[in-house]
Design a protein around this ligand. Sequence first.
Ligand SMILES: [Zn+2]
Length: 308
Amino acid sequence: MVAKHKIGIDYGGTKIEGILLDDSGKEILRKRSTYEKNYQSGIDTVKSLVSEFDNYTEQKNTVGICIPGFSSNETGLVNNANCVWINDKPFQKDLERELNREIKVMNDANCFALSEAIDGSGSKFNSVWGVIIGSGFGGSFVFNKQVVEGVNQVAGDWGHQPLPYPTKEEYDLNVQCQVGNCQRPLCAEQFISGIGFTKIFNNKYGTNLRTREIVALEANGDERAKKEFDLYEDRFARLIAVMIGIVDPDAIIFGGGMSNVGRLYDNIPKLLPKYTFSDKVRNKILRNTHGDSSGVRGAAWLWDSDKF
Ligand SMILES: [Zn+2]
């Protein structure tokens, strides 16, 4: 077991959240701050949270930070963050100087999976595949309580892969990804993210509903919503089956807004045998434990997770 307390920071586009965990993962303190949308304000806010937690414990704690992008191992600069003011900046180096210690910076989807693998729904398993299904769609892989980042730092980032075994209807939907590096037809994110699912529904039925309204319709037995969720689950099962063919993780854990749709956990496991090349599908499909807190908890666990 680890001796020191640890600090996790979730660096988001509108707020920065900090958490202080003790050696067993118990939350001691948590604080959320808004900041001005610029680089220096973000740095100052992180510094202030860290010094508050250090003062509380009267020691210099480890610091892990999750960001909605990644800090390049090659250049030390941030890439692909939707809070664009940290892009192309030496964020990690600048913070290490300000905080006077080595820190770890990691993509937020990776921190989600790490948190669930350490002491969430995946705690009993060696290999955990995290899936974020919210406004976007992404994944991450944790093996033996360590994030597998990959040589390009995109391991598990399956949001912009093609939808497997597309049907004629899926071809004819003619969805085109708008994301810079992708722009490809049949991009999975356009089908599986909450935004993508909702857009397909609204285009098909001439409605202008929000995701949660479609979820409520389905719960009330609406035939259109039921049909679209049937299709959604089938698409999702195809994607998961391909991933199982490569990674075959013990547990697959859903996070993000769409992870609250209960029927996914009943229906997707029933569909997987149809698409998976295995005598039996043993992988567990699980709901997350820590919800929105998984990013900040996983950030704290970037240190010493192997000793847990
Ligand atoms: Zn795409």
